[in-house]
Design a protein around this ligand. Structure first.
Ligand code: COD
Ligand code: ATP
Length: 198
């Protein structure tokens, strides 16, 4: 079974993914893959520099994430341009990693895809698990984790579909407002209902 794990920025996907790995399941992380495909000299990085200018490449050849973040989180059109370049490369690399896990004997693989709905990847998974959180807690956790002020954090949150929309498209929702322990209990209950966990 391929399970898509999604939510919104700072809703708790990585926190849930860590619990999933502790339960013994493999997780393919789109954010990690998104870093692999823009490593120095990767084709996607060349295309991004051609689109946004060479100054998004640092002296060591790596992508200046801060600069690209500033460009795309405040401009929907530029964000779409970046997505059109990087998402196909991410999808290809994630499918490769998924198939590696399946061929090494795992029956269930989790795909941690923040933009599963935005990049219409719902069809690539059997079940969708959404990690949701209240807007106040999401903003507070994002500001604390990324050291952003409220408007920077809100720009990132607003660049994605609202969590209320994602909950509607979910096969199951984990409400992550409480403690990590309460989140773990919800996850284990859902995985037992899906007969993924006995
Ligand atoms: C724009 C970039 C360079 C900013 O890097 P930075 O290190 O500051 O942020 P980071 O990568 O940790 O992203 C933080 C969160 O922002 C959100 N986010 C990232 N990219 C996007 C995007 N294109 N659209 C909307 N939200 C996004 C995700 O929730 C992500 O978890 C980086 O996010 C990036 O390369 N994004 C494009 C790749 C992508 O779409 N990733 C999501 C995979 S589904
Ligand atoms: N239940 C919780 N209780 C307290 N803090 C939490 C809880 N869940 C997550 N956090 C914290 O909130 C922040 C965001 O969580 P996390 O990084 O898991 O979200 P995410 O969805 O993976 O974010 P992103 O999409 O930006 O990668 C982190 O600092 C994390 O430690």
């Amino acid at each position: 079974m391929i399970i898509g794990l999604t939510g919104s920025i700072a809703s708790g996907k990585s926190t849930v993914a860590k619990i999933i790995e502790e339960l013994g399941f493999p997780v393919v992380d789109a954010d990690v893959v998104a870093r692999i495909v823009v490593e120095p000299n990767q084709p996607a990085l060349r295309e991004i520099a051609a689109e946004f200018g060479e100054d998004i490449i640092r002296k060591d050849g790596s992508m200046d994430r801060q600069k690209v973040g500033e460009i795309i989180f405040n401009d929907a059109e530029k964000r779409q341009k970046l997505n059109n370049i990087i998402h196909p490369a991410i999808r290809k690399e994630m499918a490769k990693q998924r198939d590696k896990w399946l061929s090494s004997g795992f029956n269930t693989v989790f795909m941690d895809i923040p933009l599963l709905f935005e990049s219409a990847q719902g069809r690539t998974v059997d079940k969708i698990l959404v990690v949701s959180v209240s807007p106040e807690i999401q903003l507070q956790r994002l500001m604390a984790r990324n050291n952003l002020d409220a408007s920077q954090a809100q720009a990132r949150i607003s660049s994605q579909l609202p969590l209320s929309e994602k909950e509607k498209g979910a096969d199951a929702v984990i409400f992550n407002d409480g403690t990590v322990e309460e989140t773990r209990r919800q996850l284990e209950k859902i995985l037992k209902e899906w007969a993924v966990l006995n």
